[in-house]
Design a protein around this ligand. Structure first.
Ligand code: AMP
Ligand code: MG
Length: 292
């Protein structure tokens, strides 16, 4: 269990029927503005760096951070800022795009399993296996490519996938991989502003994709898919947090705080040497000190 934290209000209780209209997109409490929150983010980034190096030294646990959210909700920026202090060798970021032909030839969790972090590392999934109950649900024609044809199977598909995913996350947790999941909750107005700024500023043009604007037409379908996902896959062992995403600086503060508090609760520390190890150190010291 994660210890009580500043942003527990965003945690989805297991089994709760989520109503997204009750979760704010523009909350910033307890901060009034970005300047006020800067120190807090800097402190958490330092804490994460320190805990990650202990995680690595201990080599027992891994942490999997899952980021989901509609286009322009700030996933990439969150990864960049929250992980800015962490040793790159201890952190793997994986962004999932439209699956390849090879990936589609495997079971739907295959490509995500291959990308899981090894012990000692923080793995970040920028989009994740949850796309399999989001974009694939909004565009069921994608399922044809996943070779699931029978109508009967399709009817039970989403409840079955929720169950699979819960089981998968339980398996991960029991094998030392802690799972933290963040849904970046963006308002439709703010998405429009961000798309427009991608069109307006030359240094953001590269982020613009025509398909993003096309996907906006499916806004309500995505919101329904998010609600169903959040209502069925938040568990004690792998909780969802619905993070306000209209203010980028606040999203980052919340995500950094929740990961840092979770890692603090994992009792990470540098391994202590046993007697044999300490004796080896002493021998090495003597050798070095007595070098001719
Ligand atoms: P981006 O994150 O902006 O680089 O876009 C990645 C694109 O890949 C998004 O449009 C996602 O919806 C799409 N995508 C990710 N995973 C899947 C999946 N499993 N099936 C189909 N499309 C996906
Ligand atoms: Mg995009």
């Amino acid at each position: 269990m994660t210890q009580r934290g500043l942003f527990d209000r965003y945690r989805v209780p297991p089994g709760a029927l989520v109503d997204l209209s009750t979760y704010p997109t523009d909350d910033t409490a307890p901060f009034v503005d970005k300047t006020e929150a800067q120190q807090k983010l800097a402190d958490d980034v330092d804490t994460l760096a320190d805990l990650q190096s202990k995680l690595y030294a201990q080599n027992v646990h891994a942490v999997l951070v899952v980021l989901q959210g509609i286009d322009a909700s700030g996933k990439d920026g969150t990864v960049k800022h929250v992980m800015s202090g962490v040793n790159p060798a201890g952190c793997d970021v994986k962004s999932f795009k439209v699956p390849s032909a090879e990936e589609l030839d495997h079971d739907y969790l295959w490509r995500y399993v291959r990308a899981l972090p090894e012990r000692g590392k923080i793995g970040i999934f920028n989009r994740s296996y949850y796309e399999e109950v989001l974009v694939v649900r909004v565009h069921p024609e994608l399922l044809g490519r996943e070779h699931i044809q029978s109508a009967k199977k399709r009817e039970k598909l989403w409840p079955t996938r929720f169950r699979d995913i819960n089981n998968f996350e339980q398996y991960l947790t029991e094998n030392g991989i802690e799972v933290l999941k963040f849904f970046l909750h963006l308002s439709k107005d703010e998405q429009k502003k961000r798309f427009l700024s991608r069109l307006d500023s030359a240094d953001k043009n590269w982020k613009f994709s025509e398909s993003d604007v096309g996907e906006r037409a499916y806004w309500d379908d995505y919101q329904r898919a998010f609600v169903d996902m959040l209502s069925h896959t938040s568990s004690e062992y792998a909780p969802w947090y619905i993070v306000p995403a209209d203010r980028k600086w606040f999203t980052r503060v919340v995500v950094a705080d929740i990961i840092a508090r979770k890692m603090e609760s994992m009792k990470l520390g540098y391994p202590e040497l046993d007697l044999t190890g300490r004796e080896a150190l002493e021998r090495a010291r003597l050798l070095l000190e007595n070098e001719p």
